[in-house]
Design a protein around this ligand. Structure first.
Ligand code: PEP
Ligand code: MG
Length: 582
């Protein structure tokens, strides 16, 4: 197939598979608000009141966290915003205008709050002028929530969503309405939206730059998530070629499913443990069906992002218990909230460099109540002794030690309250920033296990934003610095007998698997959907061969050489059907 042509768009293949369906176009983050006539004023008022309720909840959360972080006085701006949301005169005016003038609620909100601001701006008091800026924020928050509401209620089933950017929460929503695939203008391979798409098996092509300009609502499109191409209004030949491919893909998947109960052992007898990553509760059955031997990473922040709020201890306890029980006796590693980065801060605080900001363990250690709530829920759910707790974004030994102290405090509280838990619950860290890679041996001594997060490790090691399509060529998982760092971490952990595994997306890349095993990894955690493919690779290789392959790769100084050698290896060592998946 020739992957270029007038009706073909190129992007980054973010989630494999092929989808052929009608396009649903949505420019979600269009900032401007235009005046539109509406028919259904009741629905508009309902959308408005739900958006107001949501804005109120967001602000209350922001307010209480801001008091902790910024002190009561500065947090007062959020309280002022809350008061506007409850101003009866303003709300009545907005509702009356929607009813009487039959215009869209976001326009009326914008217009009415702008009037408020204009009055404040006209004041001679500098204080009032400042407040007017704060009100801009609440105005935008309400408008965003009305738009999101509309965007969510409008997505039809069985379409390919074409939009500028997508959040992980949007991707989750897509499964609920059976979206067939998605195409975005922006985004990279290991952005969280792409990871969720992979785990949900929704074919996706991201970072096309101009899909929303070139695709119209209702166009027929083909999304090829294997090669990163999108075909708009395909010709007869293109369509029949892709229908053939789709059939072939289904056949391969049926074949792979037969491997479910077979062990993941290399031809020369080395056992590899295959665990699954879990981003959504709904994936759990899929994990077991696909033959995972446990869960190596539960991204709790994703699960609760769907709920859109920080759940209380009881809600978390129920969920963790359910996951642990369903999986029992298989092990399940649950990671504490990794908030920040592209997984937006609940505070809605805008940081200039979110990936270098208030993220993961830093956020948790600064919000102890929230952290302790999660730890207590995890401990209480650990009675069957199959839960392990993992901490994200560790950069220093102090963070590990402080975290362990907090776990001890929670354990003592539970003891006093006569609540049961696993006193020997294993604690582990993600090694995903260069400082913890360099210190891997010393950090590993402090914990029971280590999991390498290559998604972030590559981003931080190579200084390449994992979600930015403009630098996706520089995001090189086979960069010699990456594989030498992996080798170093693995050796350091194994020298002191600390379990080391990998849960970044690199482990799900069938091209990387022989190399990773050759580097010494015996445990991989990947999206459940790719476990059969990975198992097939493991069962087709000899450990001795992949060991020599990785030894040789470690001597190379360019990614190109490393990749070429791996391609050669595939040609000579692997079967035809695996090549179809590449
Ligand atoms: C990683 O960084 O590799 C990882 C598994 O964590 P996340 O993708 O959630 O940042
Ligand atoms: Mg990470």
């Amino acid at each position: 197939m020739n992957y270029t042509g007038e009706n073909i768009l190129k992007g980054i293949p973010a989630a494999p598979g092929i989808a052929i369906a009608t396009a649903y176009l949505y420019k979600k983050y269009k900032e401007d608000v235009t005046k539109e006539k509406i028919e259904d004023t009741d629905l508009a008022i309902q959308n408005l009141s739900e958006a107001l309720e949501k804005s109120k909840k967001e602000l209350q959360k922001i307010f209480s966290l801001a008091i902790d972080k910024m002190g009561e006085k500065r947090a007062g701006i959020f309280e002022a915003q809350l008061m506007i949301l409850e101003d009866p005169v303003l709300l009545e005016t907005i509702i009356n205008r929607i009813k009487n003038e039959k215009i869209n609620p976001e326009y009326v909100v914008s217009d009415e709050i702008s009037k408020y601001q204009a009055l404040m701006n006209a004041s001679s008091e500098p204080y009032m002028k400042e407040r007017s800026m704060d009100i801009e924020d609440i105005k935008n928050r309400i408008i965003k929530n009305i738009k999101n509401k509309k965007w969510k209620s409008r997505i039809a089933s069985d379409v390919v969503v074409v939009t500028d950017v997508i959040t992980p929460a949007d991707t989750v929503l897509f499964t609920r309405v059976n979206v067939k695939g998605y195409v975005t203008d922006f985004g990279g391979l290991t952005s969280h939206a792409a990871i969720v798409a992979r785990s949900l098996n929704i074919p996706a092509v991201v970072g096309t730059h101009d899909a929303t300009d070139r695709i119209k609502n209702g166009d027929k499109i083909i999304v090829d998530g294997i090669h990163g191409t999108v075909i708009v209004n395909p010709t007869k030949e293109q369509l029949s070629e892709y229908e053939r491919k789709l059939e072939k893909l289904n056949e391969i998947n049926c074949e792979l499913a037969k491997l479910r109960d077979k062990p993941a052992v290399t031809k020369d007898g080395k056992k590899i443990v295959l665990h699954a990553n879990l981003d959504l509760e709904e994936e759990l059955d899929f994990v077991v069906q696909n033959g995972a031997e446990g869960i190596g990473l539960v991204r709790t922040e994703q699960i609760f992002q769907v709920a859109n709020s920080f759940p209380d201890e009881e809600t978390q306890f129920q969920l963790y218990s359910k996951l642990a029980q369903k999986l029992y006796p298989l092990p399940i590693t649950i990671r504490t909230f990794d908030i920040g980065g592209d997984k937006v801060l609940p505070l809605d605080i805008k940081e200039p460099n979110p990936f270098l900001g208030w993220r993961g363990i830093r956020f948790l250690l600064d919000n102890l109540e929230l952290f302790k709530t999660q730890l207590r829920a995890l401990l209480r759910a650990s009675i069957h002794k199959n839960i392990k707790i993992m901490f994200p974004m560790i950069t220093s030994i102090q963070e590990i030690r402080k975290t362990k102290q907090i776990v001890e405090i929670c354990k003592n509280e539970l003891k006093t309250e006569n609540l049961n838990f696993d006193d020997n619950i294993p604690l582990g860290i993600m090694v995903e920033v260069p400082s913890s890679a360099v210190m891997a041996g010393k950090f590993a001594k402090e914990v029971d296990f280590v999991s390498i997060g290559t998604n972030d490790l590559i981003q931080y090691l190579l200084a390449v934003d994992r979600g930015n399509e403009n630098v996706s060529a520089q995001y090189q998982e086979f960069h010699p610095a990456v594989i030498n760092t992996l080798k170093y971490i693995i050796d350091e952990c194994q020298n002191i007998n600390t379990d080391v595994s990998i849960c970044g997306e690199m482990a799900a890349d069938i091209l990387a698997v022989p190399l990773l095993i050759g580097l010494g990894l015996q445990s991989l955690s990947v999206s459940a959907s790719v476990i059969p493919q990975i198992k097939k690779v493991v069962r087709s290789i000899n450990y001795s061969d992949v060991k020599s392959l990785s030894d040789q790769c470690l001597t190379f100084e360019t990614e190109e050489k490393i990749k070429n050698l791996i391609f050669e290896f595939y040609k000579t060592h692997l079967t035809e059907d695996l090549k179809d998946l590449m």
